[in-house]
Design a protein around this ligand. Structure first.
Ligand code: EPS
Length: 399
């Protein structure tokens, strides 16, 4: 089972992660991870913090001579901002209850208040430092390793922004390949140039208004084999597992697969994908005439692209803050304003790619197992060959 856990506060010394279950023999370099970390840091509308950081990974364990060993992989991403925060975030005791740069006016929408109540804190900084989306840098680092594993099996993961604030992009009928090479050209990772310009203007307006913006990103997973995930038990369904992973991303409030909510209003005859003969061995020789299901039926991959959309709420740190209650005085007031982003929708797409990579890598290792990449590859090849041989023999390889 592939899994990872992360630790680290936003202004602590570093983010760390341990990623377990990656088979031995996968070639990986720091640059494979760093290129993804850079993508996460980019996007018009990020705050000043991204000018301070220059996220880069240090492999502490699990990799030798450019190859995974099959042992847990330990990763470290330093916070360069730590230098400015060491006195505030240092682990050494300061005297009971003493805190520097206390946050006592919780922001509506952030974890501040619920975290303070649940963890019996009086300083919301004890909560927000971990609730900060800074943690997603560690996820992206782990996801980059999973992505390398998936690339060995021809799986491509990409994303693009389809809505930012009120601006909705026109989605091209045919997505470019590779998707990210095109999307990363845009400051807001949007494939519709006219919409991208309006999105940038919308972000500028939000900056002027001291407000923030949310939006929608679409994640596309291509090159999957039929048969990942399973219909047999609720917790093995790949759609459920992907949706859960997407919803764990900070500020994500909605996830759709394929037609998603739009499908609810369609009649059945316009909601499903007709089956035809003529795909490749990876899909058992079958093909769908459309992909309304978003590449998943019965919790199992069909081999068509998996298409997910994630809705992100606007960032909850506002420079013109909403009403709140001061935790120290009990008086009504305005929420604390921390430095933050105006929007992070472009970055959210990159983080969603990383989480999707984790779930897919889990599903691949479950199905094709193996302590080593070579063992996993031979299991994969045997499965695909078996699918192709069985179904083309039965149907003569064509319609
Ligand atoms: C983030 C770092 C944070 C924020 C943002 C994400 O840095 P700082 O708090 O020092 O400005 O820019 O976090 C939030 C939006 C949030 O609400 O916590 C990052 O590295 O992605």
């Amino acid at each position: 089972m592939i899994r990872f856990t992360t630790a680290g506060e936003s202004h602590g010394q570093a983010l760390v992660a341990i990623l377990e279950g990656i088979p031995a023999g996968l070639q990986i370099t720091a640059e494979d991870v760093n290129s993804e970390l850079r993508r996460r840091m980019s996007g018009y509308g990020r705050g000043a913090r991204m000018n301070i950081e220059s996220d880069a990974v240090e492999f502490l364990a699990g990799i030798r001579a450019g190859e995974t060993l099959g042992s847990p992989i330990a990763l470290l991403v330093r916070n360069l901002d730590w230098e400015n925060w060491s006195a505030i975030m240092a682990p050494e005791p300061l005297g009971r209850g003493t805190r520097k740069r206390k946050v006592t006016r919780p922001r509506p929408g952030h974890a501040d208040l619920v975290g303070v109540l649940k963890y019996d804190r009086s300083d919301a900084r004890d909560i927000l430092e971990r609730a900060s989306a800074r943690e997603t840098a560690a996820r992206v680092a782990c996801g980059a390793v999973c992505r390398r594993l998936l690339a060995e099996f021809g799986i491509e993961i990409g994303s693009h922004v389809v809505q930012l604030g009120t601006v909705v992009a026109t989605r091209p009928g045919q997505l470019p390949t590779p998707l990210n090479a095109a999307a990363d050209q845009s400051a807001v990772r949007c494939l519709d140039d006219a919409a991208a310009q309006l999105m940038v203007a919308g972000i500028d307006a939000a900056i002027r208004d001291k407000d923030t913006l949310g939006g929608v990103a679409e994640v596309v997973l291509r090159g999957l084999v039929v048969g990942l995930g399973s219909h047999v038990s609720w917790d093995r369904k790949l759609d459920g597992r992907l949706a859960g992973a997407m919803m764990s991303i900070p500020a994500v409030k909605g996830v759709e697969i394929g037609l998603g909510f739009e499908g609810a209003g369609r009649s059945g005859s316009r909601a499903h994908d007709e089956i035809a003969w003529g795909g490749n061995a990876r899909t058992g020789g079958f093909v769908r005439k459309s992909n309304r299901a978003g590449g998943l039926e019965g919790g199992i991959s069909t081999g068509e692209p998996v298409v997910l959309r994630l809705a992100m709420k606007p960032i909850s740190t506002l420079r013109r803050p909403l009403g709140t209650v001061n935790l120290t005085t009990g008086k009504a007031g305005r929420a604390q304003s921390e430095r933050s982003d105006v929007t992070a929708v472009p970055a959210m797409g990159v983080i969603a790619e990383a989480m999707a990579a984790l779930v897919l890598a889990q599903a691949m290792v479950e199905k094709f197992g193996g302590d080593s990449l070579s063992e996993m590859r031979s299991n994969y090849d045997a499965y695909v060959q078996g699918l192709g041989a069985r179904w083309s023999a039965a149907h003569g390889g064509g319609e």
